[in-house]
Write a protein of this length. Structure first.
Length: 317
């Protein structure tokens, strides 16, 4: 979440006229995150989050809205879009497509405890079960083709050692796509479930937010993204108790397959590669905005190198 497009009172009053959620009381920009413009919006009837979509394909937005609505209907604690007076979910603010979602209770945790990881494992498993009945699909916009295009765009901005690592890993992942990934279960996944996208009240997950990278992909990729963030501290030290709590809770509700267990080391590398490259692009080609949060790409490079040497097990013994 960032602020690329500045909105004012008049913009919000015009927007709220299309919703039955009361009159504007207060609003403020949200600086965390990197992709879209976000504001907290308070009205006389409640508290909401306004998102202006800066990089998302407009044609994909109905998919995201219906996915969030579907998950909420299946009891998954997540951001739920607010319907307009005409029944739609999407609006326009300052020439940008926009949506209001219910502001969830709780807060994200910078240093989660194992019990919180266990709660998340159960919620993610239920989310992966709930999407079985979701009839829509959406391609992964950050797939191998995108990674190759990003590599070409980065070109000589990278030093020789970095280019060599990136090229070697792209070749490895291309081979995995033809071999060890072919039997993995696929469905719609979140694909971006970092610590700042999960809210807690005490030890329990109270909400999952920011579904705007959701896509049809390997379920295992969701777990790899989570492991790379939740099972490592800020010094990239592995936290086995945290991952054991998550994986145990997940596996009890959605048993992991033998193919997933075999593909796990490669998928950890795939997740590290995806976020390393996306952050390299953001670092070298930053978007203009009033408040822009650009993540350092080097932690994911270090994590990728670590996984190439030795990856932790999917199901700890």
């Amino acid at each position: 979440m960032s602020v690329y497009t500045r909105v004012d009172h008049d913009d919000l009053r015009a927007l709220l006229a299309d919703y039955a959620i009361g009159e504007l009381e207060d609003f403020r920009g949200i600086a965390a995150g990197i992709t879209n413009t976000n504001y907290f919006v308070d009205t006389t009837t409640g508290r909401w989050v306004l998102t202006l979509f800066e990089q998302v394909d407009t044609a994909a937005l109905p998919f995201f809205m219906q996915l969030m609505d579907h998950l909420a209907g299946h009891g998954v604690p997540g951001a739920h879009p607010v319907a307009r007076n005409d029944g739609g979910f999407l609006s326009e603010v300052r020439g940008r497509p926009a949506a209001l979602v219910y502001r969830l209770s709780g807060a994200s945790i910078e240093s989660p405890e194992p019990a919180q990881c266990g709660s998340l494992g159960g919620v993610v498993a239920e989310m992966h079960r709930a999407v079985r009945s979701f009839g829509l699909t959406q391609d992964n916009t950050r797939d191998l083709a995108w990674l190759r295009d990003a590599r070409a765009r980065l070109g000589t901005r990278l030093d020789t050692e970095t280019r060599t690592l990136l090229d070697d890993e792209l070749a490895y992942q291309s081979d995995c796509a033809r071999t060890c990934y072919v039997d993995l279960p696929r469905a719609v996944i979140h694909a971006d479930m970092f610590r700042d996208n999960v809210l807690f009240q005490g030890q329990r997950v109270s909400g999952i937010i920011d579904f705007y990278f959701a896509c049809q992909e390997y379920l295992l990729f969701d777990l790899a993204v989570i492991c790379n963030d939740w099972a490592y501290d800020d010094q990239r030290r592995h936290l086995p108790d945290h991952w054991a709590a998550f994986a145990g809770a997940y596996h009890r509700r959605r048993p992991l397959t033998d193919a997933e267990i075999r593909a796990w080391p490669a998928m950890l590398r795939a997740a590290a590669l995806r976020f390393w490259v996306s952050r390299l692009v953001d670092y070298h080609f930053p978007m203009d905005g009033d408040v822009v949060h650009v993540h350092d790409p080097t932690p994911f490079e270090a994590l990728l190198r670590r996984h190439r040497e030795q990856a932790p097990p999917l199901i700890p013994s």
